[in-house]
Structures are given as C-alpha cells and as structure tokens.
Write a protein that binds this ligand. Structure first.
Ligand SMILES: Nc1ncnc2c1ncn2[C@@H]1O[C@H](COP(=O)(O)OP(=O)(O)OP(=O)(O)O)[C@@H](O)[C@H]1O
Ligand SMILES: O=P(O)(O)OC[C@H]1O[C@](O)(CO)[C@@H](O)[C@@H]1O
Ligand SMILES: [Mg+2]
Length: 362
C-alpha cells in the first residue's frame, strides 16, 4: 500500500543529516514507491503547513557530502511549549493539537524525527498522543543511549583532532599551554576521544571534576622531561572539584537552557597562576558541527535513513534506529532518552587515556 511519510530534523545541526534525508527519500521512493514530505525547521514546521514540501529524488540530488540540513533545524522549537509574545513578554503555549492536526491534514502515515534527546523526547510525546513516529538518533555529543554511536559524532571528532594537530605545532614553538574547549554539555565524549586521538596531555570532562593541582603537576613533569609545552582539551561542561559548570549566557525567554562556555579561559587563568607559563585558549565552537560528513557518518546516516523507512513499513513506531556493533537495529525511544549516555569514569576508554599518561585532573 502506498504511504506518505514526513521527515523533520530537530536540535543542533550536525554533519550527516543530509545523508539521512537522502537515505529516507531514496529508499521510500525507489524501494516502496512512497511519497515523502519534508518539514522545515524542526517541529516549528509542523505548526505551519506552508513549511511542508514534497521531497523527491531531485530534491536530494547532490546533498550527501553537504553539512547541515536542507530542511533547516531549531534547538528551541517545542510544540508542547511554544514560545509566544504576549503583552511584551514571552509565554509558552501548548500547540501540540495543531501539530497533530497538521500531520493528519497532510495525510502523513508516519513521522520520521531525526534529533537528539530533546527532539526525540518531543517525538515520544507525539507518539503517546497517537502519532506514528520513528526516530533517528543524531548529535555530535554522542550522548544518546541504546546506540553505540549517533551520526555526526565521528565528523566532530575528525574536526577536533585536526585542530589539536594544528595547535601542537604552535604550542611547541612558543613553549605554551594550549587549551582547546570543545562541545558536549553533559557528556565528555568529544573531549575524551579527540584528546586521545590528537595526543592531548590533559583531558577535562564533565564526568570527572578536576583538581587544578593535578593538572599543574602533570604539566610540570612534562617540562622536567623536556616537553616545554602542553595541550589540554576541555569539554564545555567540565568543572573543578567543588565548582560548577561555567555558563556563558543564562536561560532567558528565548532559550530554556543556559549556554555553556568559558571553561577554557578559566583553566588558562588557573594554569598561569600556578605555573610560569603562558596559556592560550581556542574555542572550537560551531566548527565542530560543520563541514562535510566523514565516510563513517555518510554511511551511518544512509543506513539509519533506510532503516527508518523499513521501520515505517513494518509498523515499528515509538522506536528509533540504532547501531549495535556493526549492525543496524531498533531501540525504544523511551529507553534511549530517559537518561544520557555519559562517559564512565572507570571505563576502558578513560583507563586507556590514563595508561598512556594523560591526566584527567584526578
Ligand atoms: N527533556 C526534554 N523534554 C522535552 N523537550 C525537551 C527536553 N529537552 C529539550 N527539549 C526541547 O527539545 C528541543 C531540542 O532539544 P535540544 O536543543 O537538546 O536538541 P536535541 O534534539 O537534543 O539535539 P542536540 O542536543 O544534539 O542539539 C528544544 O526545543 C528543547 O526545548
Ligand atoms: O548551537 P547552540 O544553540 O549554541 O547549541 C550548542 C549546543 O548544541 C550542541 O552542539 C549539540 O547538542 C552542544 O554540544 C552544545 O552545547
Ligand atoms: Mg539535546
């Protein structure tokens, strides 16, 4: 039976989103002869029927190597808590009925939601209200459960590792401590894995509060051995023992969640205070969300896209695609999003880092 499926991309963008969209459209059209409707700007597009357009084979031609998402995204839109201006202030209104009405009036048989834990939680709420939802786990943070990897993470790692290689030469020339601040609000995956791959000397992650003394000792030991420079990678959510995450901008009416930032500068200041060395900071920022997806993310995104379509065909709703080992499978959205996938401070990857002398500040 012919079907019409909707697809939206929600949350922060990442490389590989277009690979998923292309995978969905190509398999829906080629394998099943179905129609696909692209919904613009995440869940916001569900509130405005003019933001929904057919996606054809022509629409997805050439998008595989492109970063970002041809559908647009937002990490603010939530139809259950939609921000509206009322008498000069922002109020949050539940527009989920309108979203569900639009899904029905578009004649959608399923809604594929590509997003991180925030977007997938919204998808889950819609599913509980009767919308046939299939999820695809996306995020550079790799903080979703029930999948070994989210797509986007691998490309972010490549970018961060490349940046570390470049920082090494200037750190060495100037005998400096170079600190690179990377993303990952509550999970230190990017810091940990790029730090290992890029030869960092110190890695700071939100899961392990750090002791500045331990960091300074490690840098001193390196100097004594003749390495008069050090490289520190700090996840944006890292914080000292007894301290708190550094907030660049607190929550406001437009952003429910605070913007993190500043840990790099904070550590630089602490290091300069306890060592006779110059420290410099590089905030990698949104560079790690951009660029062409890696081979891994192109393949994973494509496989997730085709699996999502297969799940629609099989009626597996309230579920998302996942990668376990080398195999693509399905997992419950509820269990993937009810807690974050964070780094195990006693796990194998942290141990590998410490075994080769990397300091995690403990
Ligand atoms: N626990 C939650 N329950 C319901 N909605 C949430 C929750 N957390 C976030 N949201 C909403 O989901 C939307 C997207 O969330 P968020 O910005 O975290 O993106 P995401 O999909 O998780 O992707 P990423 O974190 O990788 O950017 C935002 O509108 C946010 O308000
Ligand atoms: O693009 P924004 O709104 O600054 O969001 C940044 C956040 O989004 C992410 O890139 C993805 O969740 C986080 O790592 C980061 O904290
Ligand atoms: Mg999120």
């Amino acid at each position: 039976m012919s079907k019409k499926i909707g697809i939206l991309t929600g949350g922060g963008d990442c490389p590989g989103l277009n690979a998923v969209i292309r995978g969905v459209v190509k398999s829906a059209v080629i394998r099943h002869g179905w129609e696909v409707i692209g919904i613009e700007d995440g869940f916001d597009g569900l509130l405005d029927i003019n933001k929904c357009r057919p996606l054809t084979l022509e629409s997805v031609r050439g998008i595989l190597p492109r970063g970002g998402t041809i559908l647009g995204s937002t990490n603010r839109g939530n139809p259950f808590l939609f921000p509206m201006e009322e008498n000069g202030r922002t109020v949050h209104v539940d527009f989920s009925d309108r979203a569900i009405e639009n899904i029905r009036s578009l004649g959608l048989d399923a809604l594929i939601t590509v997003g991180g834990e925030g977007s997938l939680k919204i998808a889950l709420e819609l599913w509980k209200r009767g919308v046939p939802v299939v999820g695809v786990p996306k995020t550079i943070d790799n903080d979703l459960r029930e999948t070994d990897f989210t797509f986007g993470f691998n490309t972010a790692l490549e970018t961060a590792t490349d940046a570390l290689d470049k920082l090494h030469t200037t750190a060495e020339s100037h005998h400096r401590v170079m600190i690179m601040e990377v993303m990952g609000r509550y999970a230190g995956w990017i810091a940990l894995e790029s730090g290992i791959a890029g030869g960092a000397d110190v890695i700071l992650i939100p899961e392990i509060p750090y002791d500045i003394e331990k960091i300074c000792q490690a840098i001193r030991r390196r100097c004594e051995r003749g390495s008069r420079f050090s490289i520190i990678v700090a996840g944006e959510g890292a914080f000292p023992i007894g301290g708190d995450r550094l907030v660049a901008k607190g929550p406001d009416e437009r952003n429910a969640i605070e913007r993190l930032g500043g840990i790099g500068q904070f550590v630089a200041h602490q290091v300069e205070k306890c060592l006779e060395m110059d420290a410099r900071v590089m905030v990698l920022g949104h560079l790690q969300r951009g660029g062409s997806p890696s081979t891994f993310d192109r393949a994973l995104g494509t496989r997730f896209g085709t699996k999502a379509v297969a799940m629609v065909a099989a009626g597996q709703f309230g579920q998302m695609t996942c990668l376990k080992g080398r195999t693509i499978g399905t997992a419950s959205i509820e269990s993937a999003t009810n807690a974050l996938n964070t780094v195990d401070p006693d796990g194998e990857i942290v141990k590998a880092a410490e075994d080769i002398g990397i300091t995690l500040g403990r």
